[in-house]
Write a protein that binds this ligand. Structure first.
Ligand code: PDD
Length: 277
């Protein structure tokens, strides 16, 4: 497989970095994950726009302008001859320099992008998943898709060890988002989700779900809900690029609704499948 870097396309195993790389030492960078269905990018432009927003928010420059980057990513896809379901991973860091917290004086960002096969999570999409609750100990700028993922890693590991698919973060009882997903709750036929403040990543699939709701006439309420609301939930689901839309049928010991994927969740899944082609 080939990798796009800030300089050139390189074979996968030829991409190496010095020890003093700011992404490695400080997590000083940002990233994106984009879906590929049947060899075609899905919502690529939305992801690239968010990449530039994340970069701007940490005063990081992306090596290519948007048009050039989009073109090179298309080239990458062709070079790798992708035909299946996959993901594109893309990251930009502040480069390689002698270790020092402050920004380097020179502007030499590192970028790499590669494609990895990843099937749809068919079982989870069909049957739904269990989730656990965990304290949101992250910083206040979760809207930046930064490389600092230690709290997310620890939360996901806790979920895995407790045989759950996702860990749902709460701040003082208020549900923010999942360790790598956005979280939604249905009550009285309304879909609730945390507003797109600095406390969550405004997911690309989340934004898509908002559009689907508007087209389908489903009330979409960007109002946070709490742990206490879970007992009264008719449905719950999560969204992310890798997961698409997955029903949540249990949170800790609480069964959601009748323990099966709900009707609105199914409608949104159908809308997603249609959009994804
Ligand atoms: N997760 N919140 C967090 C903390 C995330 O890491 C992600 C993405 C999301 C959903 O965003 P989007 O819909 O743009 O993928 C929300 C990675 C990329 C994933 O698991 O797919």
């Amino acid at each position: 497989p080939y990798v796009l870097t800030e300089k050139q396309f390189l074979p996968y195993h030829e991409v190496t970095y010095p020890m003093e790389e700011r992404g490695l030492q400080f997590g000083d960078g940002i990233y994106e994950v984009t879906r590929i269905y049947q060899g075609m990018y899905f919502l690529l432009e939305e992801h690239i726009d968010r990449l530039y927003r994340s970069a701007a928010s940490i005063r990081l420059s992306v090596p290519f302008d948007k048009d050039v980057l989009m073109e090179k990513l298309e080239q990458l896809r062709e070079m790798n001859d992708v035909k299946e379901d996959a993901i594109l991973y893309l990251q930009v860091t502040r480069g390689s320099f002698p270790r020092n917290h402050a920004f380097p004086t020179e502007n030499r960002s590192n970028l790499y992008a590669y494609i990895r096969e990843m099937p749809r999570k068919i079982n989870e999409i069909e049957q739904g998943v269990r989730a656990i609750l965990t304290k949101d100990v992250r910083w206040e700028y979760c809207y930046i898709k930064s490389l600092n993922l230690l709290p997310n890693v620890l939360a996901k590991q806790e979920a895995v060890e407790r045989r759950a698919f996702e860990a749902i973060f709460h701040r003082d009882g208020i549900i923010t988002e999942g360790s790598s997903s956005n979280i939604f709750l249905v009550k009285d036929g309304n879909i609730y989700t945390h507003p797109a403040t600095e406390r969550i990543l405004n997911g690309i699939v989340r934004m898509k779900v908002k559009q689907f709701c508007s087209a389908l006439g489903i009330p979409f309420v960007e109002e946070a809900f709490s742990i206490n609301d879970i007992a009264e939930a008719e449905e719950m689901f999560l969204t992310s690029t890798t997961s698409s839309i997955i029903p949540i049928i249990q949170v800790e010991d609480q069964i959601i609704g009748d323990g099966k994927p709900g009707e609105l969740t199914r409608k949104l899944q159908a809308a997603y499948e249609k959009a994804a082609g």
